[in-house]
Write a protein that binds this ligand. Structure first.
Ligand SMILES: CC(C)(COP(=O)(O)O)[C@@H](O)C(=O)NCCC(=O)O
Ligand SMILES: [Mn+2]
Length: 911
């Protein structure tokens, strides 16, 4: 199968091609990678402390280790007084064509101990189930590529960010590490040997060489276990993400296609065996292709193949059987009987064949061969899953289709070929993993969040420009392109549509519009490591939970939502710029934000799976993240404030009205109130237009007036029965209710707070769950205590509950609520949900929320984002009430066969 031993180049996964590939940077602005000043102070070692290492591995020096701060805190930071902070947060995979860099930057430590947080801790204590012997650092993993031929750019990049010295920190250099100190950086790939002296000379860094195969496997294992949408199948031009069960990952076959091909049977972490390989690999394609087509780069050769027709060269079954198929053995007429076989019988010279056809024929020959050998090896060891990686694939749709086709064909559909989004970074990640005690190998899927910041402008299918240092550089670059009249847009297909080559085994079709020669450039975001995130414990089955309701793999649906977001953009930029005082700087940032976000939308329009599996929640979150990237921290700040004030002014009247009702009428009015007040949503186009037509209170009244039952989804009677009991029978009240609140203003003040008050009155503890970061006009956990405090001035129940929950510490004056009945003062609390988006993915919530959830027996999800776009179909272990007004015509039609402004009151008791 493989060639003679001396020619056995298998496993050498690079080629020395003269690639034209652009530098691709997945990089965030430098300043965001900085560590907070205060924390630096705590973490920096006493000056003059020595660096302790054992052998070649830099290790943490645990001598004198002490917990910093509160012993009861979850995952407390541990102060290592003798540890220099220079454990390198950088690892490299230096190949013949590309240098892949993985580096870590710490999160800014913005922990603010407000009274909300301390009261929460008092109430719930601190969970200690997740204690580690050492903490995982919160931070980000960045993935960056350079052309090996431009190694100096790579060295400059490392130097400018001081990555070899543990990140950019002016306090650390040169105080902590003397320039003569030997810093060790993990590296794999042939270049780790070849360029060792250069790294030493230019950066003073010693490259600690790690075995390539070890790294590949470690990288693949980490990715497959820790990143939800890592692996995908690719058939007929369609990418489909595959859910990998962490506990059912092994064994699998890892096929790394570099110059040669290695086939590795992976049985566990660090447990693998190279079982086979072939010398016909990427190097063969590139080498033969270069000789036969005069193509100058690997990418050019791939591009040629997209315009090729291999039937002009390959001998097909039909050529042998006079156009017929050989049905007896299941071979169709278009099956390749012999690659390049036609060339024997034709009286043609090389020049008579189109380079496009040659390239395609070659690509098919090699891809099929690899697919076939891989399958045979999978069969040999009884493996069902085959993951392909290596530079040969580089996100090329047609290559993936061809390999998939071969595996499918030979296995008769039994085995699956899968590909990895981070396939180019397996080795570098593996090298990074080889640092001891960074805690990465312990990370779980829910502790990682991938984000896609604007790394560099991309134009015409290529990333342009150097790595972007800071926000200003990012904006300047964009402005430069715009001045030149070049629209910054997502990469476009490099060949016209419909030019896919024909022929083949049986023709695997790959849609022209998904073809690209290096799509993987942009498919890798920045991995945020957030050790405090947890799976919401009340989810019925986290494994089958899918947050998104609408399926964006439906082309029309995706197109609709992308258009909605584009149409919102101008208005959003106006709000964002105004929120920053409308200064020139804010306008520049606003412009850049609009361009960056439009580029994301264009990118996703072209390749919906570019950032992993796409759902509406991701799109809405991407918008908020992009705003934050351009330093718009709260675009709706003043709108929220205005609406809060207006609503608080009418709250006393509402409470009096409610208190004059009997229990049943009151409960109905309260639910009506929540639904009616959910109309205040600055994310809905239709609603924003409404706001021009009246004051907040007028719109609220109008909305309440229209609240006619039955609602489009109306489970109110069931909810009422649970709350008030059937007939005269009283049921015990819920112990604790989690209220996932939505918007500021009327929504929270006139909708959810009165409902919370009712629950409190009935003896149910209430936890208000709000966003950690601003998103549209959603109320945040930081803002809520003040709103509650204001509302409590008019309400005895809220006041006592807020006091009991530790939200109010000062005695309240001016109590206008006449109610003096002796209601139990169960606590009212506020927790943050861990999100900064209008939607919520309950697989990744704050540890605060997870803790509060443990004693809860009622969940109320409110609003379109939290209850409809996400979680509409979510099932919980406890009673759940989903309340929302549908403020979008299309969603109303799709979800409830109704109309805009219809309401949903969906009650699902615990089963
Ligand atoms: C962004 C939103 C999910 C916020 O809704 P909310 O959760 O506040 O009820 C919603 O306004 C939305 O889906 N807007 C986009 C569609 C539109 O403009 O109609
Ligand atoms: Mn909202």
């Amino acid at each position: 199968m493989a060639g003679p031993a001396e020619n056995h180049v298998l496993g050498i996964n690079d080629t020395k091609e003269d690639t034209e590939e652009q530098t691709a940077i997945s990089e965030e602005e430098r300043n965001s990678a900085e560590t907070a000043e205060g924390r630096e102070k705590d973490m920096s070692p006493a000056s003059g402390s020595s660096i302790h290492r054992s052998g070649s591995r830099p290790q943490l020096d645990l001598s004198g280790a002490a917990i910093q701060g509160n012993f009861e805190e979850r995952d407390p930071a541990i102060l290592l007084p003798n540890q220099s902070d220079d454990i390198s947060h950088l690892a490299l995979d230096i190949g013949g064509s590309l240098i892949k860099l993985v580096y870590f930057s710490r999160h800014e430590d913005k922990r603010i101990e407000d009274k909300r947080k301390s009261s929460f801790k008092q109430r719930f204590g601190i969970p200690n189930g997740n204690r580690r012997s050492y903490p995982i650092l919160g931070g980000r993993l960045h993935f960056v590529k350079f052309e090996t031929s431009k190694i100096n750019e790579c060295l400059e990049f490392i130097k400018s960010k001081q990555l070899h010295r543990g990140g950019m920190n002016p306090r650390r250099w040169p105080v902590d590490i003397s320039p003569n100190e030997n810093v060790v950086v993990k590296a794999t790939g042939g270049g780790a040997y070849k360029f060792a002296d250069l790294f030493k000379e230019k950066l003073g860094v010693s490259l600690d060489k790690e075995d390539e195969m070890d790294c590949l496997v470690a990288g693949a294992n980490f990715l497959l276990k820790a990143i939800r949408h890592q692996a995908f199948t690719h058939m007929d031009g369609r990418k489909e993400f595959v859910l990998i069960d962490q506990n059912d990952l092994f064994p699998y076959l890892l096929v790394n296609i570099g110059s040669g091909v290695s086939m590795i049977k992976v049985d566990g972490d660090g447990n693998f065996q190279r079982v086979s390989g072939t010398n016909v690999g990427g190097g063969t394609y590139w080498g033969l292709g270069k000789l036969l087509t005069k193509c100058r780069s690997f990418d050019d050769l791939l591009e040629l193949s997209q315009r090729g027709d291999n039937r002009t060269i390959d001998m097909l079954v039909g050529d042998i059987y006079g156009g017929m198929e050989y049905s007896k053995i299941g071979l169709s007429a278009s099956t390749i009987a012999s690659s390049f076989g036609k060339a024997i019988s034709e009286n043609k010279e090389l020049k008579d064949y189109r380079p496009e056809d040659i390239s395609l024929s070659l690509l098919r020959m090699i891809s099929y061969n690899i697919g076939q050998i891989s399958y045979l090896n999978a069969l040999r060891f009884g493996l069902k899953r085959i993951f392909f990686g290596g530079f040969f694939i580089r996100g090329h749709a047609y290559t993936m289709d061809t390999i998939s086709f071969a595996v499918h064909f030979w296995s008769k559909g039994e085995a699956k070929a899968m590909f990895l989004r981070h396939e180019g970074f397996l080795g570098a990640l593996g090298a990074f993993m080889s640092y001891e005690k960074h805690g990465l190998d312990d990370l779980m899927v829910h502790q990682l969040v991938e984000r896609f910041p604007m790394g560099a402008p991309y134009v015409g299918g290529k990333i342009h420009g150097p790595p972007l240092g800071d926000l200003n550089e990012k904006i300047s670059w964009m402005e430069k392109f715009v001045q030149k009249g070049i629209e910054i847009t997502a990469p476009v297909p490099m060949t016209p549509l419909g030019t896919t080559g024909l022929g083949g085994f049986d023709v695997p079709s790959s849609r022209g519009d998904t073809l690209r020669s290096d799509a993987s450039n942009l498919n890798v975001g920045v991995l945020h490591l957030v050790p405090t995130l947890e799976v919401f414990p009340l989810l019925m089955d986290p494994k089958t939970y899918e947050p998104n309701t609408i399926d964006l793999s439906d082309h029309y649906e995706l197109e609709y939502w992308l258009t909605v977001l584009s149409e919102h953009l101008l208005d959003l930029v106006d709000k964002a710029v105004a929120s920053e005082g409308g200064t020139d700087d804010a306008k520049r940032r606003g412009d850049a934000f609009a361009r960056a976000f439009s580029a994301h939308l264009a990118r996703l329009r072209e390749e919906p799976a570019a950032y992993g599996k796409l759902g509406l929640a991701n799109l809405l979150e991407l918008r908020e993240e992009c705003l934050r990237e351009f330093q718009f921290t709260d675009a709706y700040r003043s709108i929220k404030q205005r609406e809060n004030e207006a609503s608080l002014a009418v709250l006393p009247d509402l409470l009096i009205e409610l208190d004059s009702m009997d229990e049943e009428a009151r409960l109905l009015t309260l639910i009506e109130g929540v639904l009616a007040a959910n109309i205040f949503d600055w994310g809905s186009r239709a609603c924003v237009e409404l706001y021009h037509k009246g004051t907040i209170i007028e719109i609220y009244r109008m909305s309440r007036k229209k609240m006619q039952r039955p609602w489009r989804v109306d489970d109110f009677d069931n909810f009422k029965e649970r709350m008030l009991g059937p007939g005269d029978k009283k049921l015990s009240p819920h112990k604790r209710a989690l209220l996932f609140v939505d918007n500021s203003g009327a929504d929270i003040v006139l909708g959810m707070l009165p409902l919370a008050r009712e629950l409190l009155r009935r003896g149910t503890e209430v936890v208000l769950v709000a966003n950690s970061l601003p998103a549209l006009n959603d109320v945040t956990a930081m803002e809520l205590p003040d709103i509650v405090a204001e509302a409590a001035k008019h309400c005895d129940i809220l006041r006592r509950a807020a006091e009991a929950g530790g939200l109010l510490v000062d005695a309240m004056v001016n109590i206008e609520d006449g109610l003096k009945e002796d209601s139990p003062s169960v606590p009212l609390m506020v927790v943050e949900n861990g999100c900064g988006s209008p939607c919520i993915d309950l697989r990744q919530v704050s540890s605060e929320l997870a803790t509060a959830a443990k004693g809860a027996d009622l969940i109320i999800l409110e609003g379109m984002g939290r209850a409809l776009h996400t979680n509409f179909n979510a099932q919980f272990k406890c009673d759940a009430l989903k309340l929302a007004m549908v403020k979008n015509q299309r969603l109303a039609e799709k979800l409830i066969k109704g109309n805009i402004y219809d309401c949903i009151c969906r009650y699902e008791p615990a089963s």
